[in-house]
Design a binder for this molecule. Sequence first.
Ligand SMILES: C[S@@+](CC[C@H](N)C(=O)[O-])C[C@H]1O[C@@H](n2cnc3c(N)ncnc32)[C@H](O)[C@@H]1O
Length: 237
Amino acid sequence: MDHSRYDKRKYPIVDVREGYGDWVRTYEQTVQDEMDLRLLERLRTVDWSAPRLILDLACGTGRIGAWLKQVSAASLDGVDLTPEMLDIARAKAIYRTLYTVDITDTKLPAETYDLCIQSLADEHLPELLPLYREVARVTQPGGHFVIVGYHPQFLMAGIPTHFDRKPDEPVTIRSYVHLLSDHVKAALAAGWSLLEMDEGLIDDAWLQKKPKWQIYAGLPISFSMVWQKPQRSVTAP
Ligand SMILES: C[S@@+](CC[C@H](N)C(=O)[O-])C[C@H]1O[C@@H](n2cnc3c(N)ncnc32)[C@H](O)[C@@H]1O
């Protein structure tokens, strides 16, 4: 669903490349670790020390890559649509390779990664099935897909992904609402099995950073899911 039917802010809407190409200048100062890193830290079904090769989808400036480097010795590849975001990621020198591609059509070789991860980008995709299918294609049998997203309930409360292009000039980056059941339907259709799911609420840690969000206290703002690709079935000789 296009977000516009829920939008209470009514800021001008820009597409992903234009939006993140501008937001890149202030992105890391504005995005809050409570959105995703806090959820990643409390996952129970992922052994971060196990993977040897990880793909960070919609890696942006490399925030997630920097976190992964603290918990895993794996080599990291990253993909993203916005060259300016990738320039910041490249400067961090934590990725083996970075590709400027769409996360729904990466052109990467099949069954390559033990673990794929994607944080805070699914709300920019009109459809989820192409994402779950593409990630299933590039993940090794038995491998995992960790997805963290902006919660549909928070989007439906009227706040799309937005940033200040200039002081007091907010713009929205085109957003779509995907219900949690849409994720489950798309992932199951792409062959994934759900291992774990969690949600992050607007709590005291959030309110300390955003006191004006008292009206949203208790609402879910982000979610995490851990999916596993089935092992290749062994056929009897
Ligand atoms: C909110 S940022 C998240 C970046 C990073 N994962 C993080 O957590 O900081 C969203 C990123 O998704 C990227 N993006 C959005 N749609 C995309 C698509 N279809 N293919 C590749 N990248 C996409 C944008 O360019 C942007 O860098």
